[in-house]
Design a protein around this ligand. Structure first.
Ligand SMILES: [Zn+2]
Ligand SMILES: [Zn+2]
Length: 279
């Protein structure tokens, strides 16, 4: 069974536990390695998101950044703290970040410059927002169903299709080691009316072309009773030989390794033989 997770959060972003507590639990579970991947969310207009008040009420407000220059020392300091803390534990600890990929003009260039100045081992792309056509406005997917559709410029169908197109762009950027929760947007109940099969398969195609890995997330089991991504997408990923990794997206110590035995059985039943591993 896979005895590590590369998708975990601490109280540096929206996790409940400290880095020390997460690493201690990983050792107690008998893991030999772990990756910690706190959120890295920088968008120039994030504070004017229609649901910004709801976003900060739920998470810690300091996970949302609107300025790469101001965020840089925060992340540099965290990386230094991370390396010093990791040394104390008898396991291999990778430093990663879960990055929301944004599409407005200049974002990618600024991000590349930013991340080149931060000590890290890997990057996940995990996208939590619907975007306006030019990428300059954000809507938090987690809060979408609580919002009034009249507040929006575009229909749910348009946002959803654009969201999958954004994932394709993130994959094609070549900046990331694996893709998190491919169809996280299934959190919005209306997704069932717009299955977006072709759009999700476009993401699979892009992953295969880029030879980039994808996670099967047991967080989906906790949140919507099914994995992210769902079975038909998992089948396509295996068929296209996209390397897979099981993730718990743990936000607290008791979520580390959550339902990994079940996910192993699922991957076995799909005849998945290509698994992702950090070196
Ligand atoms: Zn995420
Ligand atoms: Zn996450």
């Amino acid at each position: 069974m896979q005895k590590f997770s590369y998708h975990t959060h601490t109280d540096f972003s929206d996790g409940d536990n400290t880095l020390d507590e997460m690493l201690r639990r990983a050792v107690d579970l008998g893991w030999e390695e772990i990756g910690v991947s706190d959120h890295l969310i920088v968008h120039k207009n994030i504070t004017r998101s229609v649901c910004y008040d709801k976003m900060v009420a739920r998470a810690h407000s300091d996970i949302y950044h609107s300025d790469f220059k101001k965020a840089l020392p925060v992340f540099q300091k965290q990386a230094e703290y991370f390396r010093n803390t990791a040394k104390k534990y008898p396991l291999k600890v990778f430093l990663g970040f879960e990055v929301d990929y944004f599409t407005y003009n200049g974002w990618q260039e600024e991000f590349e410059e930013f991340i080149s100045q931060i000590d890290h081992d890997y990057l996940i792309t995990g996208n939590h927002f619907f975007l306006s056509a030019d990428g300059s406005e954000t809507i938090d997917i987690h809060n979408y169903k609580k919002l009034n559709p009249e507040q929006f410029e575009d229909s749910f169908e348009v946002y959803l299709r654009r969201h999958y197109q954004t994932l394709v762009k993130a994959v094609k950027s070549g900046l990331f080691d694996f893709l998190a929760h491919l169809d996280y947007a299934r959190k919005v109940p209306a997704h069932t009316q717009y299955p977006m099969i072709a759009e999700r398969l476009d993401v699979v195609e892009a992953l295969a072309a880029q030879n980039m890995a994808c996670e099967i997330s047991t967080k989906g089991l906790r949140k919507i009773g099914d994995y992210f991504p769902e079975n038909n997408v998992l089948q396509a990923l295996v068929k296209q030989k996209v390397p897979l990794v099981i993730s718990d997206d743990a936000h607290q110590i008791n979520e580390l390794g959550y339902a990994f035995d079940k996910a192993e059985t699922t991957l076995e039943n799909l005849n998945c033989t290509i698994r992702f591993r950090l070196k």
